[in-house]
Design a protein around this ligand. Structure first.
Ligand code: CA
Length: 229
């Protein structure tokens, strides 16, 4: 549930706004003083602010500026004077929208919903983006540690995944088996470079159409391997 803070000194207006927003399933808090409103806006987590311009304590201009310095939460500014709205626009304080009083509650709710969904898309796109390497039909999702070949998921062990990812991240670079062993297994590991050969063979069986003619991991005879792009 989205949480909204209304900073408005005319309680009857604030309550009207709250009632309509609550009907649309928003959680709404009211602050009638600029100073306490600003403090709460900075300290607590709200998803949107509805901010009146003329307030006792600190005015809406200052509150908008101070919130913007700290967060990207949408701010909807409200004023009784059209001239003030023009003034705020001109100042570029970073408010997302402006409404002149009197406004219909349904218009307010519509604008709140529009700004919240736009903001959620913005946040979501950043949080959900996985780091992916895509080369021809091969897709390596580094975040989810999953590998797909022509859309079909293949099961990889941890070391197979690490080895494939390392090679794919350094395309056309030839690595010796010793280098790969050190990189993936570490100096202190028990084992030998034959482990690398075994893992390359297993990876090829999963990603190559024809393991005798590899399209991705190429053997450089007498040296090692490279990932072809
Ligand atoms: Ca006011």
């Amino acid at each position: 549930m989205s949480r909204i803070l209304i900073i408005e000194d005319e309680l009857s207006i604030a309550e009207l706004e709250r009632d309509y927003l609550e009907l649309s399933d928003f959680e709404v808090e009211i602050e009638t003083n600029g100073e306490t409103g600003l403090q709460r806006a900075l300290k607590e987590n709200f998803d949107l602010f509805i901010l009146d311009l003329m307030l006792p304590g600190v005015d809406g201009f200052e509150i908008c500026k101070r919130i913007r310095q700290a967060k990207n939460t949408p701010i909807l500014m409200v004023s009784a004077k059209k001239d003030d709205i023009d003034k705020i626009r001109g100042l570029g304080l970073g408010a997302d929208d402006y409404i002149t009083k009197p406004f219909s509650p349904s218009e307010l709710v519509a604008r709140v919903k529009a700004h919240l969904s736009r903001y959620e898309r913005l946040i979501g796109s950043g949080a959900q983006e996985n780091e992916v390497i895509e080369i021809r039909g091969l897709k390596i999702d580094k975040t989810a540690r999953r590998v797909f070949v022509n859309g079909e998921e293949k099961a990889f062990t941890t070391k197979e995944f690490d080895l494939l990812t390392f090679l794919a991240q350094n395309p056309n670079h030839v690595f010796t088996k010793e280098e790969l062993f050190t990189r993936i297994w570490g100096m202190e590991s028990i084992g030998d470079i034959a482990t690398v050969t075994v893992h390359i063979k297993k990876i090829r069986e999963k990603i190559e159409l024809n393991t005798s003619k590899p399209q991705y991991i190429e053997t450089i005879w007498g040296v090692g391997y490279r990932f072809k792009v």
